[in-house]
Design a protein around this ligand. Structure first.
Ligand code: ZN
Ligand code: ZN
Length: 351
């Protein structure tokens, strides 16, 4: 169940920023929390993807994390997690794994500073949280989505390595998959996407997919792997990206790759769901597996710059297909969960 409550707006502490939420998207994590399936968070305020407008700057905040001047009224995109700079992971440069990543996210709203989820009129950006000014000209819808899928994809591709002469197969044409196609296409790579839903495959083409593999037409792993080989001089793909969240897709990825290929696993994020896996095949093909969760926070700036350069080339705004008033959050979650809405947004009304 979702409850809505009212709290007094906090005064930002030094280094913090109080914002009003312009648009907040409903992402898979919110549905996991709402339905009680999130491995870490069981209650608290909801929401992590958002475009925000600065209401009040705490002492010392004059720029975003890239040094761009920031003023009241500016649009910003915050990373949804903390980078504490002090834990074992931050000390090793693995900022996306910060042990305190969720220290300020989805807290119980009765606790100060109350506004720690983006499904709200306001959102509190804490001093340890990276945020960036949204470049002029980047649309609200694209900007609101930048801190999740696009940042994740840009980071993932840097971790797995992506070259202009690679062929990349993307498993799944959901939000992450479509962003992955656009990033791979802009890098100059040849792109193949696998999905079973016609509308998603159509959208994938608009996001830069050179080839589509329809799971209705290619019904088995063997058929799909054979099709990928046909498209890659008989070898298999250089890079595969798993963004379906289906455990069996992970095993399939190994079949789609060439010997020496690289595999980026980002979609399966719920522990406890398993798949049959053949490690001998993995070794014989000498495949590198890279998995990523979250991202180094400055990838959010890369995401905003990517949008500034390429927003018009891909239908980013079409990824959000339904706006809801904040009061209708329960209906918005239900519609997202039923999949009658692909990706909904909450847009708080202002007087
Ligand atoms: Zn998200
Ligand atoms: Zn840390």
């Amino acid at each position: 169940m979702v409850e809505t409550n009212s709290y007094r707006l906090p005064t930002p502490e030094p280094g913090a920023v109080l914002t009003e939420v312009v648009r907040a998207n409903i992402c898979g994590s919110e549905l996991h929390i709402w339905s009680g399936n999130h491995p870490l968070i069981t209650d608290g305020s909801l929401g992590h993807e958002a475009l925000c407008r600065v209401v009040e700057l705490g002492d010392g905040v004059t720029t975003d994390r890239a040094g761009e001047p920031i003023e009241v009224g500016d649009y910003i995109a915050p990373a949804y997690f903390i980078t504490c700079g002090e834990c074992a992971y931050c000390g090793r440069g693995q900022f996306g794994q910060c042990a305190n990543a969720y220290r300020e996210w989805s807290k119980n709203p009765t606790q100060h500073p109350h506004f720690t989820g983006t499904f709200a009129t306001h959102y509190y950006v804490s001093p340890d949280q990276y945020f960036y000014r949204v470049p002029d000209g980047v649309g609200d819808k694209a900007a609101a989505s930048a801190n999740c899928a696009l940042s994740q994809v840009l980071f993932g591709f840097d971790e797995v390595g992506l070259s202009h002469d690679d062929t990349v197969v993307v498993q799944g044409a959901g939000g992450l998959g479509l962003n992955a196609l656009a990033v791979a296409a802009e890098s100059g790579a040849e792109t193949i996407v696998i999905d079973g839903v016609d509308e998603r495959l159509d959208l994938a083409r608009r996001f830069g997919a050179d080839h589509t593999i329809d799971m209705d037409e290619y019904g088995t792993v063997e058929e799909r792997a054979e099709r990928v080989r046909e498209l890659t001089d008989g070898l298999g793909a250089d890079v595969a990206v798993e963004v379906t969240g289906v455990p069996d897709a992970f095993s399939e990825g190994v079949e789609l790759l060439r010997k020496g290929g690289r595999y980026l696993e980002m979609g399966n994020i719920v522990p406890g769901e398993t798949t049959d896996f053949d490690p001998g095949k993995l070794t014989r093909k000498s495949i590198d597996i890279v998995s990523t969760m979250r991202y180094d926070p400055w990838y959010l700036r890369e995401a905003l710059e990517f949008l500034e350069a390429h927003e018009d080339d891909y239908p980013f705004a079409d990824l959000l297909d339904a706006d809801f008033a904040l009061e209708d959050v329960q209906e918005a979650l239900q519609a997202s969960n039923d999949r009658s809405v692909t990706r909904g947004s909450l847009v708080p009304e202002r007087d």
